[in-house]
Structure formats: structure tokens, C-alpha cells
Design a protein around this ligand. Sequence first.
Ligand SMILES: NC(=O)c1ccc[n+]([C@@H]2O[C@H](COP(=O)([O-])OP(=O)(O)OC[C@H]3O[C@@H](n4cnc5c(N)ncnc54)[C@H](OP(=O)(O)O)[C@@H]3O)[C@@H](O)[C@H]2O)c1
Length: 273
Amino acid sequence: MILDGKIVSESIYAEIKEKISKRSGDLPSLVLFCDEPDPSNKTYMNSIRKRGEKLGIEVIVRDSGSNPIEEISELNKDKSVAGIMVMHPLKTADERAVLAALNPEKDLEGRTVSNLGGIVNDEEFFAPPTAEAVMEILNYYGIEVKGRDVTIVGRSNTVGKPLALLLLKKGVDGTVTVCHSRSRDISEKTFNADIVVSAVGIAGFIEREMIRPGGVVIDVGINFVDGKLVGDVDFDEVSQIAAAITPVPGGVGSVTTALLFRHYYKSIERMEL
Ligand SMILES: NC(=O)c1ccc[n+]([C@@H]2O[C@H](COP(=O)([O-])OP(=O)(O)OC[C@H]3O[C@@H](n4cnc5c(N)ncnc54)[C@H](OP(=O)(O)O)[C@@H]3O)[C@@H](O)[C@H]2O)c1
């Protein structure tokens, strides 16, 4: 079975559109906070702006300026702003300091220490949307996690680590192994898993032999090979033996963007409480 991220994301957008249609008055904006965005960030920011347009949400690009901390503090207080995305990497501003100043309630990407650490106690306002996208796909397609073995390859703060915490939550109840570049015998750990999530950033990293027949494979990777977008998984080979697999493109990435907008709307609801 192909786990189609576009179908999942369309259901999220439908939910957001319905909520927006029932509102009156102007929608607050979503701010993309950046200094010198690189080409991939520019593409990403454009895609968010286009999606915002479709939903009737104003997406503003704000330069970090000469005093980024002051800028962020103003945006934190600004009631016409529901969400802030600090584009990574910031080239001139101190990104860590900017994130430390960011209000966790407007931190749509779950990057602040408070949101990341909050996952441990179920106290986060927002979890990182890519990690959440993996959960959303599993949930949408009714793939049981409870008591099952999940191997994640990759331990970044945006994907691997928060995903491990989400899978370990009480009620989700996965049994999680996290691998990284210093891990030994990764093939054994992926083969023994019911569900494998790859967030490495190397095309073809997950080969057929690494997956147990009937396993579930979620590919977070985004790589370009000869100008073509591919994931970490050798899709043609692995899809022949996996019970379920996400494609790239059209998998986790589509759901990640949709979740950003779900977070944006949650932020509005919180602001209006
Ligand atoms: N679909 C989406 O929405 C989305 C969102 C974010 C990222 N991504 C993509 O997902 C991938 C990972 O992103 P990221 O931000 O998590 O990247 P990252 O910060 O570079 O982390 C990569 C992880 O992979 C591990 N790794 C690297 N080489 C390895 C190897 N040979 N064997 C085992 N582990 C290895 C690294 O281990 P160490 O920690 O030991 O270095 C690290 O933990 C990238 O392709 C990125 O573009 C997709």
C-alpha cells in the first residue's frame, strides 16, 4: 500500500478551510522570519506563501533586521500575528538566541526548548511538524504503533528525537530504537522493526535487504539525484516487499506543510480564548 501524503494533507486542509469559513473578520498573519534565505529556503517559503494564498492567510516575510531579538519580541506581542517560523539557517542573526526569544505559543515548528522539552510531559504547544507528519500518516492509515517496534534512522531535533518522544507517549506506546551515524548494525535494527522511519538525507540509504517483508516504511528524506527529488529509500525495490510505504515526493513533506497551517489555526484559537 502506498501511504499517500497528499490525501492526508488534503484532509487537513479541508479541516482548516472549514474552520476558516465559519469565522468572521480578518485572519491574523503568519510570519516567515529570515535574513538571507538560501535557494532551498526560498522555495520552501514560496510554497508556504502559495498555500497561505489558497487558504486566504496572509504570509509575511520579515527580515530579522539589525536587532532580531527586538523584532521577535514585537512579533510575539503583535495580536495580528498568529504564527512565526524562524527560517533555518539564519545567516547573520544568532538563531539560538532568536529561538530563545520566540514565544512558544507562536512557534509553529516546535523549535523552542519549551516546545521540544514539553513533549516529554505532554505540555508542548506544538511538536515539530515533520515528526508529527509521520504520526499523522500512521494514524490516517490506521497503522498500529502500540507495542510495535519502530526504528528511526536519524536523531535531529526536528525529526528523529521528537518523533521518538511522540512514539513513546503513553497511549501511543511504540517501542523505539533511534540510529545515527555512529550506530552499528543499522540493517539489523531496521530489519527487526515493524515500522522503519528514515530521516538521514542520503538517497538510496534504505535498501531492500534492510526491511522485513511486510514492514512499514516512512521516508522523511529529501534528496536530489540528477535534479530529481527522491527520498532515502530505494522505493522501487523496497515497495515490492513493504506492506506500506510513503513515496517521495507526495509523502511526509506534503503533510508537514499542512500541519504548519493546522498549528497556525490552533494558535488563532488559543489567542481568542
Ligand atoms: N519531508 C519533510 O518535511 C522534511 C523535513 C525536514 C527534513 N527533511 C529531510 O529529512 C532528512 C533528514 O533531515 P534532518 O534535518 O533530520 O537532517 P540532519 O539534521 O542532517 O540529521 C541527519 C541524521 O542522519 C544521521 N545520519 C547521517 N548519515 C548517516 C549514516 N550513514 N548512517 C546513519 N545515520 C546517519 C545523522 O547522524 P548524526 O546525528 O550522528 O550526525 C543525523 O542524526 C533530510 O533529507 C531532510 O531534507 C524532510
